[in-house]
Design a protein around this ligand. Structure first.
Ligand code: NAD
Ligand code: ZN
Ligand code: ZN
Length: 391
């Protein structure tokens, strides 16, 4: 089959690779009908999330048709011919973490748990196409994928909805929603969202659904801010104005009630000395992540507010504003999305028209053009916000 593979830092190629096979009785094989490129893929391609190997198949946002099921996947769970969306974390459904609905922290799905333990203290779940640190599983930017624990993860789509309406239930719709849910939004809250990429856009939509009065998008890409403005949100271009001052101005001097970091470890912050500091430290690998958005969110948030972090961090950060966080009673919450928990309720919100996942799709490309897709998505060319690939 064809698959989009990591072939080195800043290099992806569509290659011929062996078809996946059932390896475990709880596996299924899915013939992929739609898949997508995510901001998280950029961290792998840019080389900031370690442990990629040449030839690894990328992609963790995919859906399709079940073409084979293992002997332990009951007919009540999944049948050949079912149309499914697959959540990006791989979860067993039975461990302590899964029972607590912390699916992205599943204790059984990461065969490289020892490697993850060294970096994170404890292992995390396996993730499709997301480095050997999270299990080395083949991803879904391909014609077929093997889906482990297929009796737990895949969500059957029985309603008459298009792929584009449901594909993002695999990741970014639940991720954005979790980002907002972690904020404990109260009616009328001012919610500021750093990053107007796909994840940020759904964090904004979810904040509104959960009762926010004002939602503010912060980014530097005019077309991404325009997309947020078109959806009814305030915008702040951090290349043009000082973010913290603007947020204070919009909130009577107190700061936003809730702040969401939908940027993560590759934040940019102009020609400031702290940016130079982060770039140099990152280049010599004595700081792995550039946490500018996170610092700014903590410093901007009102006292007693919540900072919710759904942008991905990989390792160690410097100059964490611990004093602001501690002295001003700020709550910090985070996680890789526990997608399984959110898929069904969010499918219902999509069916009711409360969230429209298609509003962010700017590009539709065949899988063969995935390398071009990575290029324009990474470099913010051609007003690229979100790309759907079809095998
Ligand atoms: P993206 O790269 O398209 O978007 C990031 C946006 O942040 C860009 O528009 C960029 O211009 C903006 N940005 C950069 N520096 C900024 C700053 N200092 N202040 C404000 N905005 C800034 O990526 P995406 O697909 O939207 O994903 C966003 C983040 O969410 C990534 O880190 C990704 O890995 C992460 N993610 C997390 C989960 C999860 O489960 N927690 C799931 C999916 C993605
Ligand atoms: Zn993703
Ligand atoms: Zn588990």
């Amino acid at each position: 089959m064809k698959a989009n593979c990591w072939t080195g830092r800043n290099s992806v190629e569509v290659l011929d690779v062996p078809d996946p096979r059932i390896l475990n009785a709880r596996d299924a094989i899915v013939k992929i009908t739609s898949t997508a490129i995510c901001g998280s893929d950029l961290h792998l391609v840019d080389g900031y999330v370690p442990s990629m190997q040449k030839g690894d198949i990328l992609g963790h946002e995919f859906m399709g048709e079940v073409v084979e099921v293992g002997s332990a996947v009951g007919a009540d769970k999944l049948l050949v011919g079912d149309r499914v969306v697959v959540p990006f974390p791989i979860a067993c459904g039975a461990c302590n973490a899964c029972k607590a609905e912390l699916f992205s922290c599943c204790e059984n799905s990461n065969p490289n748990a020892g490697m993850a333990e060294k970096l994170f203290g404890h292992p995390t779940a396996g993730i499709f196409g997301y480095s050997h640190l999270t299990g080395g599983y083949a991803g879904g930017q391909a014609e077929y994928a093997r889906v482990p624990f297929a009796d737990v993860g895949p969500l059957k789509i029985e309603a008459d909805l298009t792929d584009e309406q449901v594909l993002f239930l695999s990741d970014i719709v639940p991720t954005g929603y979790m980002g907002a849910e972690l904020c404990d939004i109260e009616d009328g809250d001012v919610v500021a969202v750093w990053g107007a990429g796909p994840v940020g856009q759904f964090a904004m939509d979810s904040a509104r659904v959960l009762g926010a009065g004002t939602v503010i998008a912060i980014d530097k890409e005019p077309y991404r801010l325009q997309m947020a403005a078109d959806a009814g949100y305030e915008t702040v271009n951090f290349d043009e104005i000082d973010v913290r001052s603007k947020l204070l101005e919009l909130t009577g001097g107190r700061g936003p009630d809730k702040c969401i970091d939908a940027v993560g470890l590759e934040a940019t912050h102009g020609a400031t000395h702290v940016h130079a500091y982060d770039r140099v430290k990152q280049a010599v690998r004595s700081e792995t992540d550039r946490p500018h958005a996170l610092r700014q969110a903590i410093l901007s948030c009102r006292s007693g507010g919540v900072v919710s972090v759904i942008g991905v961090y990989g390792g160690m950060i410097d100059k964490f504003p611990a004093g602001a966080w501690m002295n001003r009673s700020i709550t910090l919450r985070t996680g890789q999305a526990h997608v399984h928990k959110y898929m069904r309720p969010l499918l219902e919100r999509i069916e009711r028209g409360e969230i429209d996942p298609t509003r962010i799709i700017t590009h539709r490309l065949p899988l063969a053009e995935a390398p071009h897709g990575f290029d324009i998505f990474k470099n913010k060319q051609d007003n690229c916000e979100k790309i759907v690939l079809t095998p």
